[in-house]
Design a binder for this molecule. Structure first.
Ligand SMILES: [Zn+2]
Length: 163
């Protein structure tokens, strides 16, 4: 097999809007390879929703998600500087831990809470990606409001046009 030719063809086939900065999260994080299908499906569906319903409206490219583990205290993170093709890392075990805490304290439904937890966490990180792309300072209240607004009403809160 001609590997050079093969890789060349592969490169040519990458659509322009699928370009992500040359960043590999395994440089900074421990990668998680053991994930249950149900949780994976929730994350992939959310990313798909972000890529089809949110990012095109803001004029940003497609987002990518990577699964990390053993990251103390982090549910998910937007990787600085990757916008307009935002890269997110997510720690499923930490999210599940937070969901379990919540169900202990408030007696909420685990499965439902996992969906809400994953979605709002990713929408929150998306808010940071938008702040980065718009050259805004990171603002936790702004991203939290953006995330809740989309989760509750399915609408994009254009905080960058309100300033
Ligand atoms: Zn934040």
């Amino acid at each position: 097999m001609n590997w050079y030719k093969t890789s060349q063809n592969f490169n040519e086939e990458i659509p322009e809007d699928d370009f992500t900065e040359d960043y590999d999260p395994s440089w900074d994080y421990e990668m998680d390879t053991i994930l249950d299908k149900k949780t994976l499906a929730i994350v992939e569906e959310t990313i798909n929703e972000i890529n089809t319903k949110i990012l095109p409206k803001i004029g940003m490219g497609k987002a990518k998600i990577y699964y990390i583990k053993d990251e103390p205290g982090a549910l998910a993170r937007y990787v600085n500087g990757t916008a307009p093709y935002p890269v997110f890392v997510i720690d499923i075990n930490n999210i599940k831990g937070a969901v379990e805490e919540c169900s202990k304290d408030f007696n909420c439904d685990l499965e439902h809470e996992l969906v809400i937890g994953i979605r709002t966490t990713l929408f929150h990180e998306l808010g940071h990606a938008i702040q980065d792309w718009m050259n805004f300072d990171y603002d936790e209240d702004e991203t939290e409001e953006f995330a809740r607004h989309y989760q509750d009403f399915g609408k994009i809160l254009n905080f960058w046009e309100q300033e």
